[in-house]
Design a protein around this ligand. Structure first.
Ligand SMILES: N[C@@H](CCOP(=O)(O)O)C(=O)O
Length: 442
């Protein structure tokens, strides 16, 4: 498999080169030259696959030529060694819980997969690699955990000061060893822009080997397809599901669409956003995409004003608005509705949502109610059902959740051990020069 740059001014590269570079030299995102089709009997027999076999089958065409099958098998085995349960919440709605990994968010899959790929590709390289990553909440902790102690790799995490939850901040600032946190006086978009500028800076790249662990890196982005397949293994309903994805940087929903184009049955995608509504506005305006500054919300990991991966979604649909609109609907849900949704779902269904899951749930519920009410749906037709991605454990936002539900959340061991720790971060301005000087002096 070869990867091309979406700016189309860089040569094609292998999966290994795309992973090591992170972003193409022309500042474009790498994209697979074709979307592999899964054999028809794969979906028919999906229940007979173990998680490891399924992960290997899906990922193998994407890494072909870059590592032996046995290495990929081992990487997948170590990546998906925790559960991905699909839990019923209402008659028509299920929750795909992606928070059972070590840092309690969906990012663990991509971070673990990428850290192992990079470790393998870098095995004979004497030169240290610096992984730069921007986070609005969950990526930072997952990357810190996934890369902790990986030889020859140094991780620098940029996060917006005061805009991540206290648990998220502890996850990314207390690891020590090869992990450093830079607390940026700005927004996630500032962090992301600084990181992207670093990859394009010739002077910096002569001195330091840089790569990205955000979803702009194909090794972080592509394995996110796997949990859509894990969900389908557990899907017992008559019709293919509607899938609602809480969306910020849009890597996750883009991976789901990729899985669908490969052959995974999906009725429709719902991109569930908070007040950061660049994509809902794109749909409402008939295809005008205008990035704007992010605003802070309760679902902070989705506080993104210029989603990196939207360009990949457009590429998947040949940049044709009617095709994008047929496949995806989009919602913008504010904080008041998010809080009301957490309250209502807890009191009616005894299911505890986190703020991101609440955004996903609300959008899905609204979409399904409208779809099931349409006259064409017919009274006798089975109701359309779906699932939303519960992308983070509610315990990552204990204050907000306890205030809404009036219930104390019990802390899992993975959070308890963080609570007594002291955060270690270096505060820097939202300026590329500050980042560059810091990198050059460390
Ligand atoms: N939601 C993210 C923002 C970065 O997204 P990524 O998937 O590109 O790493 C976060 O939690 O940091």
């Amino acid at each position: 498999m070869q990867y091309y740059s979406l700016n189309r001014r860089s040569p094609k590269v292998s999966f290994a080169e795309a992973t090591v570079q992170g972003q193409a030299p022309d500042k474009g995102l790498y994209f697979p030259e074709h979307v592999p089709s899964l054999p028809a009997d794969f979906i028919k027999n999906i229940h007979s696959y173990s998680k490891e076999e399924l992960g290997f089958t899906v990922m193998q065409p994407y890494v072909a030529g870059s590592m032996p099958d046995a290495v990929l098998q081992q990487i997948v085995k170590e990546t998906v060694d925790f559960p991905f349960p699909l839990v019923q919440v209402t008659d028509n709605i299920f929750s795909l819980e992606l928070f059972h990994g070590p840092t309690l968010a969906f990012k663990d899959v991509g971070a673990r997969f990428m850290s192992r790929c990079l470790g393998y590709f870098n095995r004979n390289n004497k030169r240290e690699v610096t992984v730069l990553v921007a986070t609005s909440g969950d990526t930072g902790g997952a990357v810190a955990n996934g890369f902790l102690g990986v030889e020859g790799v140094k991780v620098v995490i940029l996060y917006p000061s005061g805009k991540v939850s206290p648990v998220q901040e502890l996850q990314l600032t207390t690891c020590g060893q090869n992990i450093t946190a830079l607390e940026v006086q700005g927004s996630f978009d500032d962090c992301q822009a600084m990181v992207k500028q670093a990859f394009a800076d010739a002077e910096l790249n002569k001195i330091i080997s840089l790569t990205s662990a955000n979803s702009i890196n194909v090794a972080r982005w592509l394995p996110q397809q796997l949990y859509y397949f894990f969900a389908y293994q557990q899907w017992k309903e008559a019709k293919a599901p509607v899938i609602s994805v809480p969306s910020g940087n849009f890597g996750n929903i883009c991976a789901g669409i990729l899985a669908h184009i490969s052959g995974l049955p999906v009725q429709h995608f719902v991109a569930a956003c908070n007040d950061n509504d660049v994509v809902p506005v794109y749909f409402a305006s008939g295809g005008s995409y205008e990035p704007k500054p992010a605003v802070a919300t309760l679902s902070n990991a989705m506080d993104v004003g210029n989603p990196s991966n939207f360009v990949r979604i457009l590429e998947l649909f040949g940049n044709e608005f009617p095709k994008v609109k047929d496949a995806i609907s989009s919602y913008s849900i504010n904080d008041d509705t998010t809080v009301e949704t957490v309250k209502e779902v807890f009191s009616k269904h005894k299911y505890l949502l986190d703020p991101h899951g609440a955004v996903g749930y609300y959008a899905l519920n609204d979409f399904l109610e409208k779809r099931n009410e349409t006259p064409g749906a017919g009274k006798k037709a089975p109701a359309q059902k779906g699932f939303f991605l519960e992308t983070a454990h509610p315990v990552k936002f204990p204050e907000a959740i306890e205030k809404v539900t009036g219930q104390k959340i019990s802390m899992p061991e993975s959070v308890q051990h963080l609570l007594g720790k002291q955060k270690e971060s270096t505060v820097i301005k939202a300026s590329f020069n500050e980042l560059k000087n810091w990198l050059l002096s460390h």
